[in-house]
Design a protein around this ligand. Structure first.
Ligand code: ADP
Length: 480
C-alpha cells in the first residue's frame, strides 16, 4: 500500500512526547513490511539541521491559499530508510523555530495559521506530485483538518488524492481550539462552520474535524477509545466521538525495540537482558552517581520521566511528600513544563537533596538511564491515551506504578491482585491510592524473590510494533 502520514512530530527529528515515538515506529514498521510510506512533517529548524535532512532535495514550490492571501512554501524530501520518505513542509516564517508549539510560557499566536498551512501543503503536494495514496493517515489536532481539506480539494479539482483517510487521536486533551475569525483561513465552505462541522461553542475546533471527517478514527489504546466517549475523559468531545462509535478503534502503540531495548541500548553504561541482569546494577549505580547520590544505596529508587502537565499526576506525587521525605527511598525525576509543578518539585528536592533530585530538562540519554537504573517507575496519570514509559519500564525490568486509566490499564497488571501474572502496581488517580501503591512497592521490594518475578514477567512481555503494525495494516485493508 501507499501510505501517507502527516504529523507535527517524528522521532528523532522533533519530539515533545509520545506522538513522535509512535509515528516514527508506526511508519518504520509499515515500511519494513514493504509498504511505501511517506511522512509529512513541518520543516522545523531542528529537523533542517539534522544530518538526515542534509541531503534533502527540494521537490516542489507551493502557493497555498490562506483566506484571501497566497503564501509560498517549499517541499523538501529525504529518505532515512528503505520504503520511507520524509516530506518537510518548509516556510521559515512558520516553522523555522526551536520549539514546535510555543515558547514554554504560552502557545505561539499563529498556531492556527501554521497548522492550516501544514495541512493544506500536504494536500497540495499530494495533488501536484501525484502521490496516489491508498491511505492518508493524520495524527492529532495539528493534522486533524487534513481529511476534510483533502476531500474539499478533491471536490474542487475533481481528482482522487487518497482512497481512504484515517485519523489517530493521540491525546484528546489538545484540540486546536481557535477563534471563529480563523475559520476564513481554511477557505472551507461557510456551512462547515456549524455544530455538525468545525464549530465548537463559537470557536473552531480542529480535533473535531478529524473525528467527524476521517473515514476511520483510531485511538492509541482500546480503553482510551471507550473513555473518550464519556464526559469524564472526552474533554468536551465525548458527544462528537459517540457519533463515530462504530468507526473508532483502539490500537495499542508498541515499543520501538531498536531504540528501547536494554540488550542493545547504547545510551546506557551497560546492557542487560532477562537472563543476565548484572548490567542493570551498573545502570543503577551510574544513575545514583549522575544525580550526586551515594552509589551504595540499597533501598528502592523511584523514577519519573514525564512532561510536567496536569495529566501526568505529578501533583499526586507531591501530595505524598511525607512518603518521599520519610521513607528510605530515592527519587529521580526527569521532567519539565508546568512552572508551578517544577517549582514545587524543586522545593521538595531542595528540602531533601539526599533523597529527591529533579532534572528539569529534556534529556533523551537521562530518560533511558532512569528507565534502566530505577527499581520502580511512577506514572499516576489522571488520563493516559496510551503511555509509553510504562511499557519501556517493563521492558527494562523496572516495575511500573501506574493509575488504572487508558493505556496504562491496558498494559500493566497489578501484582498484588494477580500474583501469578502481575507486572506492576496499580492505583486510582488520586493521592491516597497512589500512597497505598507506594507502600505496597516497599513491601514488594523487600521480598526479593517476588520483586524479581514481577520484574521478569514485565521483561517477558512483547510490546513490539509487530503487533501494532499488523493492527494498522488490517484497519487500512478493511477500510479500502
Ligand atoms: P506523552 O506523549 O503524553 O508525553 P508518553 O508516555 O506517551 O507521554 O511519551 C512520553 C515520551 O516522552 C517518552 O518517550 C518519554 O521518555 C519522553 N519524555 C518525556 N519527558 C522527557 C524528558 N524530560 N526528557 C526526555 N524524554 C522525555
Amino acid at each position: 500500500m501507499k501510505i501517507v502520514h502527516a504529523a507535527s512530530e517524528l522521532y528523532p527529528y522533533m519530539k515533545t512526547g509520545g506522538l513522535a515515538d509512535a509515528v516514527a515506529a508506526m511508519a518504520g514498521a509499515l515500511a519494513d513490511n514493504g509498504h511505501e510510506v511517506s511522512v509529512f512533517l513541518p520543516g522545523y529548524r531542528a529537523v533542517l539541521e539534522h544530518k538526515d535532512a542534509a541531503g534533502a532535495v527540494r521537490k516542489l514550490r507551493l502557493k497555498i491559499e490562506m483566506g484571501d492571501q497566497f503564501l509560498s512554501g517549499d517541499i523538501r524530501v529525504f529518505s532515512p530508510r528503505k520504503n520511507l520518505e520524509v516530506y518537510l513542509i518548509c516556510r521559515e516564517e512558520f516553522f523555522d523555530r526551536r520549539a514546535p508549539y510555543g515558547n514554554g510560557e504560552r502557545d505561539f499566536e499563529d498556531n492556527s495559521d501554521r497548522f492550516v498551512f501544514f495541512c493544506k501543503a500536504v494536500v497540495e503536494t499530494l495533488r501536484l506530485a501525484d502521490l496516489q495514496a491508498d491511505v492518508v493517515h493524520s495524527h492529532d489536532w495539528q493534522a486533524a483538518l487534513l481529511p476534510l481539506l483533502l476531500r474539499e480539494s478533491e471536490r474542487r479539482h475533481r481528482v482522487t488524492l487518497a482512497l481512504k483517510t484515517v485519523f489517530t487521536i493521540h491525546n484528546i486533551a489538545y484540540q486546536g481550539l481557535f477563534p471563529a475569525t480563523t475559520f476564513a483561513r481554511t477557505n472551507l465552505p461557510d456551512e462547515l462552520f456549524h455544530i455538525d462541522g468545525l464549530e465548537y461553542y463559537s470557536q473552531v475546533n480542529y480535533m473535531k474535524g478529524g473525528i467527524l471527517f476521517a473515514d476511520r478514527v483510531t485511538t492509541v489504546s482500546p480503553r482510551y477509545a471507550r473513555e473518550i466517549q464519556t464526559p469524564e475523559f472526552g474533554c468536551g468531545l465525548d458527544g462528537v466521538a459517540q457519533t463515530r462509535a462504530d468507526d473508532i478503534v483502539g490500537l495499542l502503540n508498541g515499543v520501538d525495540t531498536a531504540i528501547w531495548n536494554p540488550a542493545v541500548d547504547t545510551l546506557l553504561p551497560a546492557r542487560y537482558s532477562r537472563a543476565e541482569m548484572k548490567g542493570k546494577e551498573i545502570c543503577r549505580a551510574e544513575l545514583l552517581k549522575r544525580v550526586g547520590m551515594a552509589a551504595n544505596f540499597t533501598g528502592p529508587i523511584f523514577g519519573i520521566v514525564a512532561r510536567f502537565a496536569d495529566q501526568k499526576g505529578i501533583h499526586l506525587v507531591l501530595a505524598n511528600r511525607d512518603f518521599l521525605l520519610v521513607e528510605n527511598c530515592r527519587w529521580v525525576v526527569l521532567g519539565s513544563g508546568d512552572k508551578r509543578l517544577e517549582d514545587e518539585m524543586r522545593a521538595l528536592a531542595a528540602e531533601a537533596p539526599d533523597k529527591v533530585v529533579l532534572v528539569a530538562k529534556l534529556d533523551e540519554a537521562m530518560s533511558h538511564l532512569i528507565e534502566a537504573g530505577s527499581d520502580f517507575f511512577v506514572m499516576p496519570s489522571l488520563f493516559e491515551p496510551c503511555g509509553l514509559n510504562q511499557m519501556y519500564s517493563q521492558v527494562y525490568g523496572t516495575v511500573p506504578i501506574v493509575s488504572r486509566v487508558g493505556g496504562l490499564a491496558d498494559t500493566v497488571t497489578d501484582a498484588d491482585e494477580f500474583p501469578g501474572t502481575g507486572t506492576g502496581l496499580m492505583c486510582e488517580p488520586n493521592a491516597g491510592s497512589l500512597g497505598d501503591a507506594l507502600e505496597r512497592a516497599l513491601v514488594l521490594y523487600a521480598d526479593k524473590r517476588r520483586y524479581s518475578a514481577v520484574q521478569q514477567r514485565g521483561m517477558a512481555r512483547d510490546f513490539s510494533w509487530k503487533v501494532a503494525a499488523a493492527g494498522y495494516e488490517n484497519l487500512y485493508r478493511e477500510a479500502l
